[in-house]
Design a protein around this ligand. Structure first.
Ligand code: PNS
Length: 170
């Protein structure tokens, strides 16, 4: 008899920091696949990163710990090479709005051309369809209330980091 195949998917991103929108996609991936690998980009958005790669990985690990079939890895280099190393044939990305589509389509075609890996798009939860890590950081840094848009422990990490930055620049 054939060996059972482990169905694995990767959810890649910068996760600076992880939001409830990301978490929604990861949670849905975890119900559809045997294993979900969250790939946190080492260099993704590097100039503007608020959190180091280790901090971003730690936050993703802590907020996904309950899923049971999610693991978190750093990714440095091409996503298709990461997929090959980890035996992954599908990438899952959330689409928030039509504006996401162009860039996502471009990446999915390139990744497919490079290695044949498939990209699966899921419609982002409408509750978070306007949410991005960049907007979250901008609003939080200007004193806006972002509670409910990130898990509580991410909110604490965000508050702490922004307070450190404010103290440094004072
Ligand atoms: O959270 P982001 O910034 O939208 O994530 C972008 C990410 C990390 C998915 C993308 O930059 C990526 O896949 N980086 C890995 C390097 C790579 O393979 N680049 C070519 C993509 S076609």
């Amino acid at each position: 008899m054939d060996e059972p195949v482990t169905r694995r998917v990767v959810c890649p991103g910068s996760f600076d920091p992880i939001t409830n929108g990301h978490l929604d996609i990861i949670g849905r991936a975890s119900t559809l696949f045997d294993e979900v690998v969250v790939a946190v980009g080492v260099n993704a958005g590097k100039s503007g990163n608020l959190f180091s790669i280790d901090e971003r990985i730690d936050l993703v690990q802590r907020v996904t710990a309950d899923y049971g079939n999610v693991r978190v890895e750093p990714i440095d280099g091409l996503l298709v090479d990461f997929c090959a190393r980890h035996g992954i044939r599908a990438i899952m990305r959330g689409l928030r709005a039509v504006s996401d589509y162009e860039y996502e389509l471009q990446m999915s075609h390139m990744n497919h051309r490079l290695s044949g890996v498939e990209t699966l798009f899921v419609a982002a939860n409408p509750l978070y369809s306007y949410l991005s890590s960049s907007l979250l950081k901008e609003v939080a840094s200007l004193g806006g209330d972002v509670a409910g848009l990130v898990p509580d422990l991410v909110l604490s990490a965000l508050d702490e980091r922004l307070a450190e930055r404010r103290a440094k620049s004072a």
